[in-house]
Write a protein that binds this ligand. Structure first.
Ligand code: SF4
Length: 270
């Protein structure tokens, strides 16, 4: 009970103290209102000028424009990239075409070179095959070939004799070098004689490779008439020889008795 009384008196004291403090503050305020040390504050507070906020529409338009600009830049960039790509492709195509053309030119050049080499090789081969007679044929005229004459030699007899020997070898023929040895002829004279006989239609010449050298084999074409065969013929001493012909009435080989007798004697002797 005693404690309760103590608490109440304490509370009362505290309240009184607060009341005193309030009274003092009121007095102070009253004196300040009578003698103000500071000018009275304006009733309205000054408001700072805030930056004007763009309107929503304006922001929208600007964003739209920026977007448009960006899209435009993007299109330009794309176009430029496309153009660059196109240019690059064009350059590549030109380079490719040039490379192709260069290759084509190179191929043509290579082929021409190969052809030239081939032709040269062929020419060399042909030249190696070339005979002395072929060179002679080029150097001499036809008159020089057919009119070939050996000094102090009866060429008709010589030709007949050569053909007779060639005829002995029949279709096998004889090497011209062997023949020239028999007649002691130089290869130049022998070759010219062979050409003459060929032009006369008496022999044929066959080009052959003998001991790695090109030469000719001579083969008879037309057997010459041996003078022996007409030795003793009645025609040689016939008084009517100049008048004798196939149409003749008095002298005619078809009906000539002298010829018939001579042929019979010749056949009996054989
Ligand atoms: S064929 Fe008789 S006729 Fe005539 S030339 Fe000879 S031999 Fe004489």
């Amino acid at each position: 009970m005693k404690n309760k009384d103590n608490l109440d008196s304490k509370k009362e004291k505290k309240v009184n103290k607060i009341k005193e403090q309030l009274a003092r503050l009121r007095a102070k305020l009253a004196s300040e209102n009578k003698h103000p040390s500071f000018p009275p504050k304006s009733k309205f507070k000054k408001t700072k000028d805030k930056p004007k906020q763009p309107k929503k529409e304006e922001i929208k338009v600007k964003a739209k424009e920026a977007k448009k600009k960006e899209a435009k830049i993007k299109i330009i960039k794309n176009r430029k990239a496309k153009e660059a790509k196109k240019k690059e492709a064009k350059i590549k195509a030109i380079e490719k075409r040039k490379a192709k053309e260069a290759k084509k030119k190179e191929d043509i050049k290579r082929k021409e070179e190969e052809k030239r080499k081939e032709e040269e090789a062929k020419k060399k081969e042909e030249e190696a095959k070339r005979t002395y007679e072929e060179e002679l044929e080029e150097q001499l005229s036809e008159e020089e070939i057919t009119g070939f004459q050996l000094e102090k030699t009866d060429m008709d007899k010589m030709c007949n004799r050569v053909c007779e020997i060639i005829a002995d070898y029949e279709s096998d023929g004889i090497l011209q070098s062997q023949l020239w040895k028999k007649f002691k002829l130089s290869s130049r004279d022998g070759s010219r004689l062979a050409l003459k006989l060929e032009r006369m239609g008496m022999i044929t010449r066959e080009k052959i490779l003998e001991k790695e050298r090109w030469t000719y084999k001579l083969i008879i074409k037309k057997i010459p008439i041996s003078t022996k065969s007409i030795e003793g013929s009645p025609c040689l001493t016939c008084p009517g020889e100049s008048k004798c012909s196939l149409d003749g009435l008095e002298y005619n080989p078809k009906t000539c008795q002298w010829i018939q007798d001579w042929v019979m004697i010749e056949l009996k002797n054989k």
